[in-house]
Design a protein around this ligand. Structure first.
Ligand SMILES: Cc1cc2nc3c(=O)[nH]c(=O)nc-3n(C[C@H](O)[C@H](O)[C@H](O)COP(=O)(O)O)c2cc1C
Length: 273
């Protein structure tokens, strides 16, 4: 193993020395007068993955135009560009006076969004239309949590298998910058598909570990959960049971939780290994 070195913790620690890959998006907003604004944002993460409340969180400089507009009009669109548009992405990062549309200096054009006022960028391959749900602030930065109200994807991508879709979407990866001047990006050159290692048949049942009593019929149902997430799902169900005042997971309770959090249209797509 190579030697390790501790490094100084500085402002922007995530980009100074450490190598952290991030996705690249351009967020479009409008101000109160309807002027369009666009800028790149990478510090984002899916915040709630449920069907009921899909959410995304972004970390923003407090006084950025995107941050101000999103709070004033409570809507924003997260657009995902292909790597062929990286120079245009950088163009939208330029500081421009409020009210000026960064997209006018790029090859990007806009189309109407489905459910929100800020437009979507036509040349981007997918879009998350968001309504602002929550703002968490400290002195320096603002975290915006948006409810995703519409997910729009280029139609040609939806017909492809995952491998071809990744290739066609060609998403760039942002990997930090030097003094906020030189920005580094990666492009996906090779996609590897690795199967999750499944334990031998006989071992499967042994992997079911429970912390509170389960009715046998409920336990049998867990065999349908993919092995990769089975333990996590079991823990989740036990937590839900406890929250509801149950100290035992019955078949009926299991089915109720399944109906709420893992509806058929989702589970049918899962490969039941
Ligand atoms: C690839 C890339 C990713 C960025 N990600 C973020 C981010 O997640 N949060 C942030 O506050 N600024 C981020 N920035 C910087 C903003 O894009 C920049 O401050 C921009 O001028 C803000 O524009 P606005 O005032 O129009 O919103 C990023 C810049 C680039 C080039």
């Amino acid at each position: 193993m190579s030697e390790k070195t501790s490094i100084d913790m500085k402002m922007f620690w995530y980009t100074n020395m450490v190598v952290i890959p991030e996705f690249v998006t351009i967020i479009t907003t409008v101000d109160k007068e309807g002027n369009v604004n666009a800028a790149p944002y990478s510090l984002g993460v899916p915040y709630s993955v449920t069907k009921k409340k899909p959410q995304i969180l972004f970390l923003m400089r407090k006084n950025s135009h995107t941050c101000i507009n999103a709070q004033e009009t409570r809507e924003f669109v997260v657009n995902f560009p292909s790597s062929t548009y990286l120079t245009d992405v950088m163009e939208t990062a330029q500081f421009m006076p409020r009210g000026e549309n960064e997209l006018d200096h790029t090859r990007f054009t806009t189309i109407a969004s489905q459910k929100v006022t800020p437009p979507s960028i036509k040349e981007c391959y997918q879009h998350l239309e968001c309504r602002l749900n929550e703002v968490i602030e400290d002195d320096m930065q603002t975290r915006l949590i948006g409810d995703i109200v519409e997910i729009v994807v280029d139609s040609k991508l939806t017909a492809m298998n995952r491998y071809d879709r990744i290739k066609a979407a060609d998403p760039p990866v942002y990997i930090g910058d030097e003094r906020r001047k030189d920005y580094f990006f990666g492009k996906i050159g090779k996609i590897e598909q690795l199967a999750f290692q499944i334990p031998e048949k006989g071992e499967r049942r042994k992997t079911i570990r429970t912390n509170i009593p389960w009715e046998e019929a409920a336990l049998t149902e867990t065999a349908k959960i993919p092995i990769a997430i089975r333990e996590m799902v079991i823990e989740f169900i036990e937590e839900e049971a406890k929250k509801g005042g149950d100290d035992r997971v019955t078949y009926e309770l299991y089915k109720k939780i399944e109906e709420e959090y893992a509806p058929k249209e989702y589970t049918e797509k899962i490969d039941h290994v």
